[in-house]
Write a protein that binds this ligand. Structure first.
Ligand code: ATP
Length: 238
């Protein structure tokens, strides 16, 4: 289980952005992280994946643990090695490489496992198998998002951090991404999903945390999300 306890993050030594965030991501679950622009969702993901440094941020209080072991002092490579990987906001693929080349770059598996692992990823994303030799830059937005997710599965990730995977995508593609995320869960992966689209989050997540001004202000089990829509609209300012 990933556990965040009373986490405080400061940028440039003075800008306090996370003001004591606590949440838990149990193994095998999909946990939604909702909140308006600027609530601190991306900052929390950066803290989890060890990417605060490059944004001139640091953890000043609290802790992050994975299965009881502290990981908040680790660098990004060490965190990836523990099975936590992030798909950044937007679709980060190598546009000039083919689909298969994208999946071969940065695969941290042992050489002998590589082919097997690649075939497993293609099982999960049959669309990418069809497009195996195509240049990634020419894929549709949804396919690029799937490729970005597939790439982090290739790093050996067990816990995926997804930052607004449906942003800017057409409704039919959003449904595809939803199916993919549910399939990922069915295969035993864990997902922390940052979303502003809580109707989408509702179709995939087991529980939702709501962030406002650098704090977690609510936790809603998915079964209660519909009944909480009014409250959520207020938090999200929509
Ligand atoms: P969005 O959905 O708009 O990305 P968010 O909830 O992910 O919002 P963050 O991106 O974490 O929020 O931003 C939280 C606050 O931290 C914002 O006020 C933002 O301006 C500030 N912030 C983010 N990165 C930095 C940085 N590198 N230096 C200073 N302030 C930053």
């Amino acid at each position: 289980m990933l556990s965040v306890s009373n986490l405080e993050v400061v940028y440039e030594d003075v800008i306090l952005v996370l003001r004591g965030v606590s949440l838990e991501v149990p193994d095998g679950q999909i946990v939604g992280l909702l909140g308006a622009n600027g609530a601190g969702k991306t900052t929390l993901l950066r803290a989890l994946s060890g990417l605060l440094d490059i944004h001139h941020g640091k953890v000043t209080r609290g802790r992050i643990t994975l299965d009881g072991e502290r990981i908040d002092h680790l660098d990004p490579q060490q965190i990836v090695a523990r099975g936590i990987s992030q798909v950044l906001e937007g679709r980060r693929v190598f546009a000039e490489f083919t689909v298969e080349e994208n999946l071969r770059v940065g695969a941290h598996t042992k050489p002998n496992d590589r082919a097997k692992n690649l075939e497993r990823v293609f099982e999960l994303f049959p669309r990418l198998l069809e497009r195996r030799t195509q240049t990634a830059g020419y894929l549709s937005g949804g396919e690029q998002q799937m490729l970005a997710i597939a790439r982090i599965l290739r790093t050996g990730a067990k816990l995926l951090l997804l930052d607004e995977p449906t942003e800017g995508l057409a409704p039919v593609i959003v449904q595809q991404i939803g199916r993919t995320i549910r399939e990922i869960k069915a295969r035993g992966f864990t997902v922390l999903l940052v979303e502003q689209n809580f109707r989408f989050a509702q179709t995939v997540a087991d529980r939702h945390y709501v962030m406002e001004h650098g704090r977690v202000v609510d936790m809603v089990p998915n079964s209660e999300l519909s009944a909480s829509m009014g409250r959520l609209h207020e938090y999200l300012g929509v």
